[in-house]
Ligand binder design. Sequence first.
Ligand code: NDP
Length: 488
Amino acid sequence: MATDPTEWDYAPAPESEAIGRVKERYLPFIDGKFVEGSGDDLVSVNPGRDEPLSTVSTVSEADLDTAVHAARQAYEGPWSRLSGAERGKYLFRIARGIAERSRELAVLEALDNGKPIKETRDFDVPTAAQHFFYHAGWADKLQHLGHGPDPKPLGVAGQVVPWNFPLLMAAWKIAPALAAGNTVVIKPAETTPLSALVLAEIIADADLPPGVVNIVPGAGDVGAALVRHPGLDKVAFTGSTTVGKQIQQTLAGTGRKLTLELGGKGATIVFSDAAIDQAVEGIVNAIFFNAGQVCCAGSRLLVQESIAEELLTRLRERVDTLRVGDPLDKNTDVGAINSRSQWDKITELTRAGVDEGAELWQSSCPLPDKGFFVAPTIFTDATQTMRIAREEIFGPVLSVITFRTPDEALAKANNSPYGLSAGVWTEKGSRAMAMAARLRAGVIWDNTWNRFDPAAPFGGYQESGFGREGGPSGLAAYLDTDDEALIG
Ligand code: NDP
């Protein structure tokens, strides 16, 4: 039978699950050892199949005490006596350890989180290694940060990370803390604890002195107990604005340093002179990378009215080619949503968009029968008052609003309680700069999106939090400095 040569599809190209070396059970890492926690076990689910993946022993408040005590002992003992150059050597070793186990980590992260292997392989894991490499280089150069000839660390840092970039967020938090000379107790998210516990193996293999890094799996109550622990000198949190506010209240008056990296409702602003095909790629990257489960996602598209129709036609055509499905398939563009509860939240907000009168369009890509998947979604005729234009959906859902003038675009982009990311697409450099100066967002991209570098500070304004992570400002947040401009 003759086949139509224009109708073809990619053959499946699944990465082998065995490479992830998923263990039946994972243990907390406290004082240099893997120990049974005395909390209840949790089951980590593979969101790509809605099946249990592994069991994790969690910590109790007593275990947290042990971890914070171990971090204090390590801080006052070996760690604070080491020179910066010696600390740097450990960080280089950890970076190399991540690189050596990168393929395993990429598969494990795709299984535990649901994001596609091409993202874990090409972004999460290499960027995690880069954070250790970058900060290793700073460890013996802290005197050049501009905080005096001999800046001092803070002590013990308590860190809580979310589920959307589990390994990368752990690296992003641990590396600057150690480079600055602090010790760490870190809690991974309940739904994605596995890669942090493999990082613990890498840390153990690097012979880091016991207690310098402690990894304490558990649910939100463990996070709450950690951040209020009196033995901490610093708290760093990435996650929802709701929990960030609670943490700020908990820490008020304690004198402890705090950085909060919270939610966002980023605006991609496309002017009529923009290179349309590049802008389309940028919009796709901004909202469908990690299925939109990104704090700095470009979840609002502001497009100049004169090109709206053409841009949206090309955008829908492009989005229709995105392949949604098995996170382990190397052809997959959009993987699974991390959990059933996140899937429920996205579904509820999508329904609210329809109920409030926006026009729904969804890609025709077939979705797997099992697992938590959402078709890439574009809402047009959205207005500023709709929930889909105001709330962080944290899913592959784009809300499109039009504008006529730069001032209108600015007013609409800034009309948000958040202030994490924004992007401007225009051929005119002067217009991009003028917009950047007036956009209230911590990160502003010019004719691009999702460019990250450990040397570039990242953080927000308003309800997106305060403090910067990455670059010299991120290091300052782990040093005893009065420079509030840098530490938020
Ligand atoms: P949370 O803010 O609840 O989770 C982030 C981290 O904080 C997790 O490790 C969580 O633990 C922990 N945690 C939960 N409650 C507390 C607490 N009271 N004190 C200290 N730590 C706590 O986010 P969710 O996972 O519930 O996601 C909800 C929404 O938050 C998402 O839909 C999204 O809109 C937003 N979000 C934003 C992120 C960002 O990067 N800006 C990241 C993640 C979510 P556990 O996971 O074990 O509950």
